[in-house]
Each structure stands twice: as C-alpha cells, then as structure tokens.
Design a protein around this ligand. Sequence first.
Ligand SMILES: Cc1cc2nc3c(=O)[nH]c(=O)nc-3n(C[C@H](O)[C@H](O)[C@H](O)COP(=O)(O)O)c2cc1C
Length: 172
Amino acid sequence: MDTLEAIRRRRSVRSFRPDPVPERDLRKILEAASWAPSAGNCQPLELVVVRDPRVKEELKEAAFGQPFLEEAPVLVVVCADVERTTSRYGSRGELFYVQDTAAATQNLLLAATSLGYGTCWVGAFVEEEGSRALRLPRGVRPLAIVPIGRSAESPEAPPRRPLEEMVHWDRY
Ligand SMILES: Cc1cc2nc3c(=O)[nH]c(=O)nc-3n(C[C@H](O)[C@H](O)[C@H](O)COP(=O)(O)O)c2cc1C
C-alpha cells in the first residue's frame, strides 16, 4: 500500500478482533514511529507496549472507560521524555515535544494501516492515571494511547472540511 492510499484508508477503529499482533509486524510499526522527524533530532519519543490485561484495564479506566482499549490485543502508549527537548529549546521545546510525538503517532497509525491493522488515536484520558498505570518516571508524559489489532468494523470516513475552506493561498 502506498503512502497516499494508507493516508486515505486509515480510519479510527473502535472494535477489535482478539487475534494477536505478531512481533514482526509490531516491530515494523514501532520502527515507523521512531523514524518520525523531531525538533533538533532530540527524539523525546518513548513507547510503552502494553499487552498485560491488567495494565490495559487500568488504561481503559484512565480513558473514561473507552471499552475498545481492553479489546485490542496490544496498546502502544506514545510518551515524551520532556527534558530531552526542553533542555535544548526551553519553553519552545514544550511545543516541540508535543509535535514530535504527534508526528510519531501518525507514522505509527499509517504503518499499522498499511499492514492491515486497525488503530485509534486516543487522547482522552487522565494523564496522572495513565502515568501511574505505566509506572512512568517523572518527566515522561503519556500523550496518546493507540490500540492496534485486526478491525472488527469498517467505519465510514467522517467528512472533512473542503480544501477551499481551509487552504489559504499566499495570505490568510
Ligand atoms: C489528538 C486526538 C485525540 C483523540 N482522542 C480520541 C479518543 O479519546 N477516543 C476516540 O474514540 N477517538 C479519539 N480520536 C479520534 C478522532 O475522533 C478521529 O480521528 C476523528 O473523528 C476522525 O475520524 P478518522 O480518524 O476515522 O478519520 C482522537 C484523535 C486525535 C487526533
């Protein structure tokens, strides 16, 4: 699947089959995340791969009970080691590490799509509860939870605003 096709095919999937994700595929998906750009190549990215049902349950609770977080065979929690970026860029670094991890998250979603897996970018969770579940050290923030698995649904694409409305040429 080429990049443009993966971009168009990716959908937020909220129902998963239990089939495990083979290590080989998981590695490809994690590597895709690691190849995202980052400001100054500081690479604040930290990835926690969760397969333990007890940890999944705790993350589901942190995420206001979104049930598919328990259903998916694997969750990848995209985190940032804040100091890696802020030590170089100060307050601007607060923006950069969020952007860096967002780019990595999108790479992860697209790689999973191209390998035939469903995913969903989950951002609605209580950060402190997520950190506690994962035993994150101080200074490492969890920013997105991504369930990965074979999709048990084929969601329609939610509409996008037309380009004519969002694209501005030369000046806003
Ligand atoms: C930063 C961010 C946070 C999101 N958080 C959640 C979430 O907590 N739960 C959820 O079901 N979907 C979440 N989504 C998925 C969006 O709802 C979804 O991307 C949007 O409706 C467009 O649908 P699509 O992904 O199928 O194109 C999130 C997406 C982003 C980018």
